[in-house]
Write a protein that binds this ligand. Sequence first.
Ligand SMILES: CC(C)(COP(=O)(O)OP(=O)(O)OC[C@H]1O[C@@H](n2cnc3c(N)ncnc32)[C@H](O)[C@@H]1OP(=O)(O)O)[C@@H](O)C(=O)NCCC(=O)NCCS
Length: 132
Amino acid sequence: MERVFDLRWRVLRAPWNQPRGSEQDSLENTSRHIVAVTLEGDFWGVGRVHWNSPEEAQIRYMAVEPLHGGKGIGSRILQALETFARESGALRIVLNARETAVPFYCKWAYNDIAEAATLFGCLAHRRMEKPL
Ligand SMILES: CC(C)(COP(=O)(O)OP(=O)(O)OC[C@H]1O[C@@H](n2cnc3c(N)ncnc32)[C@H](O)[C@@H]1OP(=O)(O)O)[C@@H](O)C(=O)NCCC(=O)NCCS
């Protein structure tokens, strides 16, 4: 998990000067984690799903190594998280997307349903939802 946290921190927290540790929450042990790993053992992408209720799953912490963005890694992680949530009985999946990532989730049929919290005083987010 240290390598998962390291990739999350570098992609999702360091550019906004957030401390190590801020890339984790209290749900890590009860969540499903998906990691894209090369044959050499390098971590190129990570993502996580947890449960808000038996019907509702939530994706958090999607992060792809910037050098390897745009190669389909994020899409494959997203699909694996959705498949796991669906097979575990979730009826819908939700997430809070930073505005720059909204087109990525729209491509995968997520609906933009509401404004969500702004992170670090500057990163606007949208609440997105997809029926499974
Ligand atoms: C968002 C993110 C996970 C996408 O992963 P990725 O591996 O680059 O995405 P993929 O290559 O699987 O797919 C990208 C597809 O979405 C589209 N897209 C639209 N807007 C995009 C955006 N802002 N970022 C990435 N892809 C975007 C691309 O055009 C591409 O479609 P195509 O295959 O038809 O060309 C990755 O860019 C990332 O880690 N971004 C920084 C952190 C972040 O924003 N995480 C999400 C937090 S809510």
